[in-house]
Design a protein around this ligand. Structure first.
Ligand code: AMP
Length: 504
């Protein structure tokens, strides 16, 4: 039994060294070449004192350095901490502090600006990835041919630390073990009938759980080829799918909406795709229909969370998902083998078929907990039972539908925004007296961030100024698209702002 991702990779290296493992911008790496580069990088990281169990932050777009770094870290028994490369000071600082990371791999051009975020943390080094050759070529060349001893790690050790915006407080690090990631690779790989002839196009970002596991690890240790094209761009996505003959991809519905807008893209360009999945946000039936009409490609719904190491419920390949007659929701699918699924009503009783309640999940894809946060782990996954915070319905035939979210999170193009964080930044502006942030449905992005602001007496600020203020302090997708200046905000008797009343 394979128990670690490194062992699974080595099985592939031994069996099929000459197959293509990775492609980027027309360049290709065979399994053997990628293994040699990853081993050299592992030696370079070992020289920087990276040891088994150490955390290293990957603050990168979908470039070759990403899979190289993952393989190198797994080889050392070290842990990849996934960070959105749009993260700037406060967001990055939280990750660095919370994870206790020993180093950061990021774009070379960003290092100087980002380094202050590492002050007074355990970060001992920063490694820069060049824009024009994002392969960490210098480190790889410096350690070519180096021998790296096998690390003493097992199935229960961490492979990834993936930060999630939970329902309370700052982002928490979900601890994805080797066993968790291998389970997703095996189960989801079987679900989509993955073979070594497949080419996985990573449309979803590798810095998010779905990109990292249901594209990156799936291809690397599942035995397929991984095609990358940097930061998502719809025209580039179409071109890469066509050039590399991609057979599988997974992304948020926003990515597919964007692909629809690419001039000249049609059936011919996407003809190689045989399995296409979309998740992370609600999928409208109209979008599925439109995509099929235009490209002849069926979008299959898939549900997963950071805490479930990506896909746990998915529509079987080649099957049209039913629509829930009550809520109008397209089914997210059926549980993957080994995934335990329960729906609990508000009083904690099991729901009957058709009755909504909180989705509770079990199985070996569920993380053992949050990094350094026993309280949150006990609250969210007591005894390994993950309380998803999502409201679901299971029908008499076993189809699962996601009706609504319990939480207040805003979902912008698949990126999750925590309103309080945006409010905190608004409050930093001297003219802001009170602020409340909510999501508003948006056809293109899923949702957009809208802020309602009461100005301080005697102060003035325009909505544009306030948007600029948040944009300079937060990743762009978190900044409100609209700021409404209002005289007062609705509140409860105890003075809490009622966000619900603002959603309107
Ligand atoms: P994350 O941990 O960032 O991947 O976010 C997980 C959340 O995304 C879930 O708890 C759901 O609220 C939402 N989500 C994931 N997949 C779907 C889907 N197929 N349809 C609707 N919402 C989804």
């Amino acid at each position: 039994m394979t128990t670690t991702l490194a062992a699974a990779w080595w099985t592939r290296v031994a069996a099929r060294p000459d197959r293509v493992a990775l492609s980027y911008a027309g360049r290709r790496w065979t399994v053997a070449e990628l293994d040699a580069d990853a081993t050299a990088l592992a030696a370079g990281l070992a020289q920087r004192d990276v040891r088994a169990g150490d955390r290293v932050v990957l603050h990168l777009q979908n470039v070759p350095a990403f899979p190289l770094a993952l393989l190198a870290l797994w080889r050392l028994g070290a842990v990849g901490v996934l960070a959105n490369p749009m993260y700037r000071d406060r967001e990055l600082r939280h990750l660095l502090t919370d994870s206790g990371a020993v180093g950061v791999i990021t774009s070379a051009r960003d290092i100087e600006a980002l380094q202050p975020a590492g002050a007074d943390t355990a970060v001992g080094w920063w490694l820069g990835v060049a824009d024009d050759d994002p392969t960490l070529a210098e480190v790889v060349a410096a350690h070519a041919g180096a021998v790296v001893p096998e690390a003493a790690v097992g199935a229960g050790d961490l492979a990834l630390l993936t930060y999630t915006s939970g329902t309370t407080g700052p982002p928490k690090g979900a601890m994805n073990t080797h066993a968790n990631v291998l389970a997703t690779v095996e189960r989801f790989g079987a679900w989509i009938e993955l073979t070594e002839d497949d080419v996985v196009y990573a449309a979803a970002p590798l810095f998010h759980i779905t990109g990292a596991v249901a594209s990156g690890a799936l291809a690397l240790v599942g035995g397929a080829s991984l095609a990358l094209s940097g930061r998502f761009d719809p025209a580039e996505a179409v071109a890469t799918i066509e050039a590399e003959g991609a057979t599988f991809t997974i992304a948020s519905i926003t990515a597919f909406h964007a692909i629809e807008q690419v001039p000249g893209a049609g059936r011919e360009q996407l003809a190689s795709l045989r399995a296409v999945y979309t998740g992370g946000a609600p999928v409208p039936q109209a979008s599925i229909d439109r995509f099929r009409d235009r490209f002849g490609v069926a979008l299959h719904n898939v549900y997963g969370m950071t805490e479930t190491t990506s896909a746990v419920v998915a529509v079987p390949l080649g099957v049209d998902a039913p629509v829930d007659p009550t809520s109008g929701a397209v089914a997210i699918g059926r549980p993957l083998p080994g995934v335990g699924i329960e729906v609990r009503t508000e009083d904690g009783a099991p729901a009957v078929p058709g009755e909504p309640g909180e989705l509770v999940l079990t199985g070996d894809q569920v993380v053992p907990g949050y990094w350094g946060n026993l309280d949150a782990s006990a609250r969210t996954m007591p005894s390994g039972r993950l309380h998803t915070g999502d409201v679901a319905v299971v029908d008499a035939d076993g189809w699962v539908y996601l009706v609504d979210r319990l939480k207040d999170q805003i979902n912008v193009s698949g990126y999750k925004v925590w309103p309080r964080e945006v409010e905190d930044v608004l409050y930093e502006h001297p003219a802001v007296h009170e602020a409340a942030v909510v999501g508003r449905p948006d056809e293109y992005r899923g949702e957009v961030v809208v802020a309602h602001v009461v100005l301080a007496a005697g102060r003035s600020a325009t909505p544009e100024e306030l948007i600029a203020h948040t944009r300079s302090r937060l990743a762009a997708y978190k900044a409100p698209r609209e700021v409404h200046l209002v005289a007062e905000l609705p509140k409860t008797a105890t003075g809490k702002i009622r966000r619900d009343d603002l959603r309107g």
